[in-house]
Design a protein around this ligand. Structure first.
Ligand code: BJW
Length: 221
């Protein structure tokens, strides 16, 4: 059985990582235009680096929760494609081989030459690229207006899966928000796991915190 899982910030909320669009989320405290676009980085790289340095530090203190761990178990039961919009790396640290479509906070990206490298340190104006030596470091995350990673593989997997599940995402950001519709149109049974339903595109809704609903669902396979 082919299962496609799409996760969002809600799966990491119970690990202590803020979501984006909930009342206490990141976008209530920061303007997207100031921190999450290429223009923002061009205008004020220091502000953008500080925003992501703080999040990198926060994520280093967090641990995968029961929902992340349940998806590791699911990979042993079905043919699983796990795609996450999260940049926190918690699926990776739990032991899942997740496709991180919006990038990863644990990596730097050279805005000059495109080289990527792992780093746990704060980014500064003096951080050199180990490949070209430029001082243009940015986080390796996908901002608005940039193209998410792995779209060809995602499209193939989403249109051939038997079951599609979206866990902890508000379904407001494209192209991720369109994946449940693509899966449903291709004949998959679609499931949503969230505190509240986000709209059409799902045949089944499981209400509640992901650490409770996801492990229970995984047990049913
Ligand atoms: C729980 C829970 C618990 C809480 N248990 N649940 C019009 C104008 C301009 C642009 C566009 C436009 N229309 C469309 C676009 C494109 C744009 C877009 O979608 N904009 C919309 C806002 C309208 N998209 C893009 O620009 C993307 N690129 C693109 O389209 O390229 C062009 C292209 C694509 C394909 C082919 C060819 C060309 C790029 C989008 C990049 C998004 N980047 C961010 C930041 C990443 C770095 C960072 O982390 O800072 O990604 S934005 C932010 O939102 C982040 C997230 O991954 C993403 C999604 O958020 P998510 O995960 O859904 O979180 P929340 O907070 O929204 O929701 C949390 C949910 O959890 C809630 O529902 C809660 O209820 C729930 N929850 N606790 C279960 N315990």
């Amino acid at each position: 059985m082919k299962v496609f899982i799409l996760t969002g910030a809600g799966i990491s909320a119970e690990s202590g990582i803020a979501t984006f669009r909930d009342a206490d989320g990141l976008w209530a405290r920061h303007r997207i235009e100031d921190v999450a676009t290429p223009d923002a980085f061009a205008r004020n790289p220091g502000l953008v680096r500080d925003f992501y340095n703080a999040r990198r530090a926060q994520v280093s203190q967090a641990r995968p929760n029961a929902a992340h761990l349940a998806l590791v178990d699911l990979a042993g039961k079905v043919d699983l494609t796990l795609v996450t919009q999260n940049v926190d790396g918690l699926h990776h640290r739990a032991g899942s081989n997740a496709l991180e479509m919006h990038g990863a906070l644990r990596r730097n990206l050279c805005a000059d030459c495109g080289h990527r490298w792992d780093s746990a340190d704060p980014m500064t104006a003096n951080t050199p690229c180990p490949h070209c030596g430029a001082h243009a470091v940015r986080p390796d995350v996908v901002w608005f207006g940039e193209i998410p990673h792995g779209l060809d593989a995602i499209e193939t997997a989403v249109t051939t899966c038997d079951i599609f599940a979206a866990i902890g995402t508000s379904a407001q950001v494209y192209p991720a928000a369109g994946l449940s519709h693509a899966a449903q149109a291709a004949g998959a049974q679609t499931w949503e796991f969230n505190l509240d339903p986000t709209g059409p595109g799902f045949d089944h809704f499981c209400q509640g915190p992901a650490t409770q609903t996801v492990p229970a669902w995984v047990q049913s396979f």
